[in-house]
Design a protein. Structure first.
Length: 92
């Protein structure tokens, strides 16, 4: 089994303003054809999917959000997990 190391402490950010709602809408549109045959769906800051992973994605995303002065939290209830991403709109 191989292990990967990912260190964000040396990451240099190049920031710019963008429309997050537009990005999420585009992502939703792109994944729709892949999810529909599996009876899954995606909707904007929430999703319904039955897939596992290594757990590194959330940890990495939290580090990236923190580098931008924001945060990511997760809350599960009744088999539905909601992720809340908070990014400051004036941080550049």
């Amino acid at each position: 089994m191989s292990q990967s190391r990912f260190n964000l402490s040396d990451m240099v950010l190049e920031t710019e303003r963008f429309d997050l709602r537009y990005l999420l809408t585009q992502m939703s549109d792109e994944f729709y054809p892949l999810l529909t045959p599996q009876n899954q769906s995606i909707r904007i800051e929430a999703r319904a999917a039955k897939s596992g992973g290594s757990g590194l994605g959330l940890a990495i995303a939290k580090e990236i959000a923190a580098k931008h002065g924001g945060s990511i939290t997760a809350q599960s209830d009744g088999g539905v997990t909601a992720f809340t991403v908070v990014l400051p709109s004036n941080k550049l």
